[in-house]
Design a protein around this ligand. Structure first.
Ligand SMILES: [Fe+2]
Ligand SMILES: [Fe+2]
Ligand SMILES: [Fe+2]
Length: 274
């Protein structure tokens, strides 16, 4: 039996054409994993072709996704492009001419495990947010988007309390940025972002512990989504924050808020109350 990477319904972002392409990518990855249990010579023949196909299909998919984001003027487009470029670069480094019967299985296992993990995190961390920015932008006119309202409640007391606190920290950060004279508050911003990182880690570990305790089947997808978000938090670069960086910070707030809202509504709310 070979390892299979499940494309679960947690991975659906709600845009049919994109969802279908993601599913196809997962299928190709699973085909790659199946090759590992085949004879070396069979694996070698098929692997080269499959890797080329996957490279091509991923490029086509990224182009579609980017075109769709462009069309809806998604604020995340630039960030997405960078992530897609990272995947492309990894694929381009794969030199199929170096494959031999001796190394083919090891190479396949490593390559497809990396791709599955990358794709899983990318879908849950980034693609999931396609179209969400606009929703938040529009909501901003009508409601207080920083408020932890009833629609975000999961019914799990600890989780709800921690989500409320996360909303609070994001709002505090936003208020801080709103104040004039950015250089005077640099330390305060650095400090509050650190607090956000720390509290996020604590929250994810509490939430995951709860899911483990109740034997929740969606745990793996949740973990992947959490890791993707923590990665993003770790990439925050405040070294460049000066008076011209107000825009960077507002963008950051938008990102944090839309990720959190989307994640709670699409994933956390599915966790059963026990
Ligand atoms: Fe993407
Ligand atoms: Fe959560
Ligand atoms: Fe979660």
């Amino acid at each position: 039996m070979s390892i299979r990477y499940e494309f679960t319904k947690d991975c659906f972002i709600g845009v049919e054409a994109i969802d279908q392409e993601h599913e196809r990518l997962f299928e190709m990855i699973n085909q790659g994993m199946e090759l590992v249990s085949q004879d070396e010579n069979v694996a070698l023949c098929v692997a080269k072709e499959l890797i080329m196909q996957l490279r091509q299909y991923a490029n086509t998919h990224f182009a579609h996704e980017e075109a769709y984001m462009e069309q809806i003027q998604d604020a995340e487009l630039e960030r997405q492009k960078k992530e897609h470029a990272e995947f492309r670069e990894y694929m381009n480094q794969q030199d199929v001419s170096k494959l031999t019967e001796e190394n083919v299985k090891g190479m396949l296992t490593e390559l497809f495990a990396y791709l599955a993990k990358w794709l899983y995190r990318h879908i849950l961390g980034s693609d999931m947010m396609i179209g969400q920015h606009k929703i938040i932008e529009e909501a901003k006119e009508k409601e207080d988007v920083f408020a932890f309202t009833d629609k975000f409640k999961t019914g799990i007391e600890l989780v709800d309390e921690e989500h409320r606190k996360l909303f609070e920290i994001i709002k505090e950060t936003n208020d801080l940025i709103d104040q004039q004279l950015l250089h005077d508050k640099y330390d305060a911003i650095v400090h509050i972002i650190e607090e956000l990182k720390e509290y996020t880690r604590l929250h994810f570990s509490d939430e995951e512990a709860y899911m483990k305790e109740i034997g929740y089947a969606g745990l793996e997808a949740q973990q992947a989504a959490h890791i993707a978000f923590v990665d993003k938090l770790n990439q925050i670069n405040l070294d460049e924050v000066d008076e011209n960086q107000q825009d960077y910070l507002y963008e950051l707030i938008d990102y944090l808020l839309s990720w959190l809202s989307t994640h709670i509504l699409k994933m956390d709310k599915k966790i059963p109350v026990q």
